[in-house]
Design a protein around this ligand. Structure first.
Ligand SMILES: [Zn+2]
Ligand SMILES: [Zn+2]
Length: 83
């Protein structure tokens, strides 16, 4: 099951489980659409894997399997990406 992390790892923007603006890599490194496109070029800066849109978890399943509340923020992300 996806963790559904609550924020963008790159800019710390909130990414609620219902947003369509969240992208993840295969390890669930999580980024907003802006960072994924403009900063990272669609590639995860941690693992080099591709970033794809995170599927929205519908309300019922979300209530039974709540999203993660553990924020992952990596300020070096933008530097590493050369932005
Ligand atoms: Zn971001
Ligand atoms: Zn990754």
């Amino acid at each position: 099951m996806l963790e559904l992390r609550p924020n963008c790892e790159c800019c710390d923007r909130d990414l609620p489980p219902t947003t369509r603006e969240a992208l993840i890599c295969t390890f669930e490194c999580t980024f907003c659409a802006d960072c994924a496109e403009a900063v990272l070029g669609g590639i995860c800066p941690n693992c080099g894997g591709e970033l794809v849109r995170r599927p929205v978890r519908p309300p019922g399943p979300l209530a039974r399997n709540p999203a993660s509340t553990v924020r992952v923020f990596n300020p070096a992300c933008r530097e590493r990406a050369g932005a």
